[in-house]
Design a protein. Structure first.
Length: 365
């Protein structure tokens, strides 16, 4: 028997990735998602299959069998890897085919691209590099709050019909809470729009801090903590290129200072992994970790449920926004107002990284 290689255009390898910053750890999902079936996802225009082997190892491969290009995500997960659902080729986590049913010899070219993945703090990170032969230049981010006994967390994910940076804009500007999330985490719209805002940045990082004393506790806060008529609220938002961390909460008046990092009270720590799928779509992986009041320990479940409802509201707004941007085209000019400072800094960071990336690619090694 003669084995031949049929030259075809490798669409995945030639996919356009230059629209996004590379050499970064992006969020691929949560640990709880990987059970006994492969998961198909597209990251930065590259089709990927995620799976967990019998010994617990997380793997990510190009979602294409090297034989006849059926997505490997249409196959099954076995102890040693993922098996193609067309002719049964079995692939190890390194992308190498390790079994061809009915054939002893395995061609050396029988392999697919393997991506570097790390499972850390119940988050799965995937390295999207410019050169697959080069090791990652930094460690995957830490997010210790998923493993912190002071918190209980829930998680979920959305597929957005909008570019990823529109979600950055939304999360870096929490003034919208008083209008979009009136029945959950919002509250007084005037208070949100007038809250003093401090924006700092360094490197690829932006931080927005908003302090709102003398606030009326919004519905979600009342469900989780026995606040009276008033509370002292804080909002701290950290933008990192591939994810955001939002620390919000409140203390009762006359207790801890709201600018004290060791304050007590009610805490909500949100993780927001925003991973581009294409230029017009993206993945949104979220979790919410919250503290429990000793007299209301079960109410944390309501916080997670209300968080999911809140993010449903955001998706409705952002997808409608993008549809309008597409419809109006060049006529959709934006003006900036005072609440846009953090989002604009994040956009400048992404633009500068893309500019540097393009310059390095044009000059070559």
């Amino acid at each position: 028997m003669t084995t031949i290689s049929i030259p075809i255009q490798n669409v995945t390898q030639n996919a356009e990735t230059r629209s996004f910053p590379l050499d970064q750890w992006y969020v691929a999902g949560f640990s709880s998602e990987l059970t006994d079936k492969p998961i198909a996802r597209t990251f930065l225009n590259q089709k990927v299959v995620l799976f967990r082997t019998g010994d617990g190892q997380v793997a990510a491969l190009e979602d294409r069998c090297c034989h006849r290009s059926l997505p490997l995500s249409c196959g099954t997960v076995e102890g040693a890897g993922v098996r193609c659902g067309y002719h049964g080729l079995l692939y190890a986590p390194n992308g190498q085919c390790i079994e061809i049913p009915g054939q002893e010899r395995i061609p050396s070219k029988a392999k697919v691209k393997a991506y570097r993945v790390i499972e850390k703090n119940k988050i799965i990170w995937i390295w999207m590099g410019r050169d697959e032969a080069v090791e990652p230049t930094r460690s995957a981010p830490d997010y210790p709050f998923h493993d912190d006994p002071r918190y209980k967390f829930g998680s979920g994910n959305y597929h957005y019909q909008s570019p990823w940076q529109l979600i950055h804009d939304n999360l870096l500007d929490l003034s919208h809470l008083g209008y979009v999330h009136l029945h959950t985490i919002g509250g007084d719209a005037k208070l949100h729009m007038n809250a003093p805002m401090k924006v700092t940045s360094e490197g690829d990082w932006v931080k927005v801090v908003r302090l709102m004393p003398d606030s009326s506790p919004p519905p979600t806060y009342r469900k989780a903590w026995p606040f009276g008529d008033k509370c002292e609220r804080w909002q701290e938002i950290e933008f990192h290129l591939t994810h955001l961390r939002i620390w919000t909460g409140a203390v009762e008046p006359g207790t801890d200072a709201i600018d004290d990092p060791n304050r007590g009270g009610f805490h909500m720590r949100g993780f927001h992994g925003i991973t581009p799928e294409t230029e017009e779509t993206c993945h949104y992986f979220w979790s919410m970790a919250s503290t429990k009041h000793p007299d209301m320990p079960e109410n944390i479940d309501a916080v997670v449920q209300q968080t999911a409802f809140t993010f449903d509201e955001d998706r409705t707004i952002i997808e409608a926004q993008y549809r309008n941007l597409v419809e109006f085209g060049d006529k959709a000019n934006w003006i900036d107002i005072h609440v846009d400072a953090g989002a604009n800094r994040a956009r400048r960071i992404v633009a500068e990284l893309l500019k540097q990336q393009a310059a390095e690619e044009s000059t070559g090694p």
